[in-house]
Design a binder for this molecule. Structure first.
Ligand SMILES: Cc1ncc(COP(=O)(O)O)c(C=O)c1O
Length: 610
């Protein structure tokens, strides 16, 4: 949203907007001065703060402001202030002026126009250009902007096209009904500094949502401050550290982490000042209990916590999870449960019941808010009773202990999405969603077990809400890698599943509860057709150095090119099965070298990298 705002307005538009905001602010400062108010901000752009004349009280101003539905800022020392933004027009400026003039018993003149003025010191003014890339000067009409957005949209393979089965990333539907608040001024027109008593709607929402999250996790306290799962891990570990310090165990500095853990776990532990100790996984992908016991015992006196994901990042409900918690507690350490896979627990079990002490939730996974480019998300932490006093505080409430975000409730603006999701689903709906997520993963595992094979299964033979597809055998036998399969899926209109994580040579698939049987069946058809293509390479029917898999994906510019030198047909490359004809997605570029692409962050349009 912010990016498109900048593209639409460009340097010139943004400067015009800023100067209009500032001109209105200057105008109001001057007018209110005439009414006897003293402006106290030494420098200002859009925000004014006034000392009141002796005969005027903040309460008088507040009473008048409320009749005009205007929120002002009331400072503890009796000052009153406001900020102007791009939505403040001349009419709104007149209203503001009238509030202060009436309170002071002064006459005021309505104005029709506000002249351009500046009160900013010359030294503080920007003189260098900004937003100089051509994109900021090309799309300044609504028609052009709409087409630009659509053009970008067409380049993305999104959930609007087909299932995105990214294991561990939970790409479920962000339903329109949940997203609605993001475009409603009632939710979005809230100034971050609005006084608490004027944000009662948000306060109620935050309170109710926190209560719901407590019930869902089985815990006693919640902080909505962290802005992502990883930020939640960091916050949770700081809570653990402060708790340990409070009971004279502050020397404990080691965190035990199973080898299957997501990379953010050790990263967060180290960032929070701990030393990590890795614990092995067995052949079924479960925590190796013998190794866990040894590592826990060896580090008993310095152990601060275990970080564990449940179901594991191998997509398995480990049957020993309760015992694992007991072993850690017996050492005097805490259990941090990574709740990234909470969508396989909601309504069926919970971290509190299992015996953990703290967990984070990725609201942008289980609870339906969009991922965004790594944020702003919300990664609340939920904690057991004994950790509640150590939850992140916030400076504006007078206690900044373990504060991890500039705002007291993190990305509060997107909480209505999760709140809407939870309230619309209800307890029954949420539990049903968990069951369907697990059912869908098991359906895919069953359909693909006899071809590719499934790497890990739980003790009962089932997978959890995601599963790891074996591709190493294929590589050995046909020279086709998991990467080739991932790229070929794009020709069929599918986003690749999670590649080579958490096990190299595999694909991790998480269909989520958002997918219908028809979509799952289509995906299975596609995977089985790719399997057939692999067999053609394996048995020599297809050229091992020139086949649809290793050359995938095939963009339109290659398919329609006058030059076609492959040993297979264009039709096989672009329309390998009938269903693709109906819903073809044309990928924008031919194969990208993943590693090179990761290292060179700025690909140019001519196919080279800077
Ligand atoms: C198991 C696990 N833990 C932690 C995280 C980190 O969460 P975030 O991406 O919200 O920082 C992820 C993200 O994919 C995850 O899968």
């Amino acid at each position: 949203m912010a990016g498109f705002y900048a593209v639409y307005h460009g340097q010139e538009g943004i400067t015009t907007i800023a100067s209009r905001i500032h001109s209105i602010t200057v105008f109001l400062e001057k007018q209110l001065k005439k009414c006897g108010y003293t402006q106290v901000n030494a420098q200002y752009f859009d925000t004014l703060r006034f000392e009141l004349p002796e005969h005027v009280s903040a309460q008088q101003i507040r009473t008048i402001a409320l009749t005009k539905e205007v929120n002002l800022r009331y400072y503890e020392n009796g000052n009153v202030g406001f900020s102007i933004d791009e939505t403040t027009d001349v009419a709104a400026a007149n209203v503001l002026l009238s509030i202060f003039a009436i309170a002071a018993g002064k006459d005021y003149q309505k104005v029709d126009d506000i002249p351009e003025r500046s009160n900013i010191d010359k030294d503080l003014k920007r003189t260098t250009p900004f937003l100089t890339h051509e994109v900021f000067s090309k799309y300044h009409t609504e028609t052009e902007m709409m087409r630009y957005i659509k053009r970008l949209d067409r380049k993305d393979i999104s959930l609007a096209q087909s299932m995105i089965s990214l294991g561990s990333c939970t790409m479920k539907l962000n339903a329109a009904a949940e997203m609605l608040p993001l475009s409603r001024p009632e939710f979005m027109g809230m100034h971050p500094l609005v006084p608490e008593d004027q944000a009662e709607g948000y306060r109620e929402l935050i309170k109710n949502l926190s209560e719901d999250l407590k019930v869902i996790t089985g815990f006693a306290g919640v902080s909505l401050q962290p802005n992502s799962g990883a930020a939640g891990e960091y916050a949770g570990l700081r809570v653990i550290r402060t708790y340990l310090e409070s009971i004279g165990q502050g020397h404990r500095n080691k965190v035990l982490i199973p080898a299957s853990a997501h990379g953010t776990n050790p990263a967060s532990a180290i960032q929070a000042g701990f030393v990590t100790v890795t614990c092995a996984c067995d052949e079924q992908g479960n925590v190796e209990m013998a190794d866990l016991r040894v590592k826990a015992e060896e580090n008993k006196d310095e152990l601060a916590a275990l970080m564990i994901t449940y179901p594991s990042t191998h997509g398995i409900f480990e049957t020993e999870i309760k015992e694992i918690c007991e072993i850690i507690h017996a050492c005097g350490a805490q259990v941090y449960m990574d709740g990234a896979n909470m969508n396989a627990q909601v309504g069926l079990t919970n971290p509190g019941f299992i015996g953990a002490d703290v967990c984070h939730l990725n609201l942008h996974k289980t609870f339906a808010s969009p991922h965004g480019g790594g944020g702003p998300g919300v990664g609340p932490i939920c904690v057991a009773e004994h950790l509640v006093p150590f939850l992140p505080g916030h400076g504006i409430f007078g206690n900044s202990q373990n504060q991890v975000s500039a705002a007291p409730f993190g990305s509060a603006g997107i909480l209505p999405i999760t709140y809407g999701y939870i309230r619309m689903m209800g307890a029954e709906g949420l539990t049903q969603a968990t069951k369907i997520a697990i059912l869908n993963a098991n359906y895919l595992a069953t359909c693909l077990k006899d071809t590719y094979g499934v790497v890990y299964r739980g003790a009962n033979g089932f997978v959890g809400h995601e599963m790891i597809l074996e591709c190493r055998k294929v590589h050995e036998e046909a020279g086709i890698s998991e990467n080739d399969i991932a790229k070929r899926l794009m020709d069929y209109g599918y986003h690749a599943p999670t590649l080579s994580f958490p096990v190299h040579g595999t694909l991790m698939i998480e269909p989520t509860e958002s997918e219908s049987l028809a979509e799952l069946d289509n995906f299975v058809d596609v995977m089985l057709n790719i399997w057939k293509e692999i067999q053609e390479v394996k048995n020599g029917e297809a050229d091992k150095d020139d086949n649809v898999l290793i050359n995938a994906p095939h963009p339109e510019y290659e398919i329609v090119s006058d030059r076609w030198e492959h040993s297979y047909t264009r039709e096989k490359a672009a329309y390998p099965i009938e269903s693709v004809r109906d819903n073809k997605f044309w990928i924008n570029v031919a194969r990208v070298d993943n590693t090179l692409g990761d290292r060179k962050l700025l690909p140019t349009r001519y196919g080279t990298f800077e």
